[in-house]
Design a protein around this ligand. Sequence first.
Ligand SMILES: NC(=O)c1ccc[n+]([C@@H]2O[C@H](COP(=O)([O-])OP(=O)(O)OC[C@H]3O[C@@H](n4cnc5c(N)ncnc54)[C@H](O)[C@@H]3O)[C@@H](O)[C@H]2O)c1
Ligand SMILES: [Zn+2]
Ligand SMILES: [Zn+2]
Length: 375
Amino acid sequence: MRTRAAVATQAGKPLEIMEVNLEGPRAGEVMVEVRATGLCHTDDFTLSGADPEGLFPAILGHEGAGVVVEVGEGVRSVKPGDHVIPLYTPECRECPSCLSRKTNLCTSIRATQGQGVMPDGSSRFTTLDGDPILHYMGCSTFSNFTVLPEIAVAKIREDAPFDKVCYIGCGVTTGVGAVINTAKVEIGAKAAVFGLGGIGLNVIQGLRLAGADMIIGVDINPAKKEWGERFGMTHFINPKECDNVVQEIVEMTKTPFDRIGGADYSFDCTGNVQVMRDALECTHRGWGQSIIIGVAPAGAEIATRPFQLVTGREWKGTAFGGARGRTDVPQIVEWYMEGKIEIDPMITHTLTLDEINKGFDMMHAGESIRSVVVY
Ligand SMILES: NC(=O)c1ccc[n+]([C@@H]2O[C@H](COP(=O)([O-])OP(=O)(O)OC[C@H]3O[C@@H](n4cnc5c(N)ncnc54)[C@H](O)[C@@H]3O)[C@@H](O)[C@H]2O)c1
Ligand SMILES: [Zn+2]
Ligand SMILES: [Zn+2]
């Protein structure tokens, strides 16, 4: 069939909107009509050419929601008409990683997904001239129709609005999941969140949901103070207006009883390795945990004095918020539908597919929290 897509023809060039050919689903695959897709920093990272693993030409996009229109041989868990969210972190429930119960990083289709092809080694997308176009993160939601492995879709309730729950395909789950699954934050905790963008604001609302007492937001953009407060932030620090963020957080978290101070949990949502260091060092001696969510530039390394860890601080990282997609994503959709988490105010811009490059411009200018393309 033919479908309309925004194609990344080469690094550093705007996406090109065009008709492409899409082959139907093969065994174990499903075809999804994407109804809406968010624009995430990771798409931009790849499109810019900064991603050393980026491949072109490809159809980017990994934050979608849509409807199953056709299933390949052997597919049992979904059927045409089911509403789904594509998963860039699949959940096969059979590989050593899934069976370990220690990680959400399913490894069953990792190699082919990284090469931009389906598990059988081929792409379903071609140009109208017949040249192959690669898939991206196993999702390619910048195409109106796409094909995915069955294990890479989460079935969700049918009354959930596509133009909002698509954000659960990456940003919401990453931020909320980092709090609930990775840090396992407890009621009454004190936390610091570095970087209040599309991910950091979701960490903040995750902390509110978990019952944290103190939610300290840190951002160099003063406009983010209001945004943070909107979702539960209790204190704000602009690093440009204070001498030492680490010391400031340690002081703020002291109590008459605890003169040591430090955050119980901190989260890096910037991808800046110096910020990652501050995030670790502002946590409490003996038990502080710092979670890295941000994706650093290629080749960047983190540093701290080992004494920081010897004295009980822990450094952790999280991908897709530690969520097992087919199991946890439908639950997060429930939380949204029940009003436990918010999404609507974070979607600051809605665009057509033809306007998709404008969405990336607004991301660069810091004008948007999330832009969503509605098909
Ligand atoms: N681990 C994962 O699974 C995962 C998933 C999605 C995105 N990410 C990554 O998360 C990071 C954040 O994404 P986003 O969409 O929220 O980005 P964003 O650009 O919307 O937000 C980043 C925020 O950090 C602030 N900031 C920048 N430098 C800072 C500094 N030195 N100190 C304090 N604040 C600073 C900016 O002002 C901005 O508000 C990116 O690196 C992205 O690639 C990771
Ligand atoms: Zn993303
Ligand atoms: Zn698996």
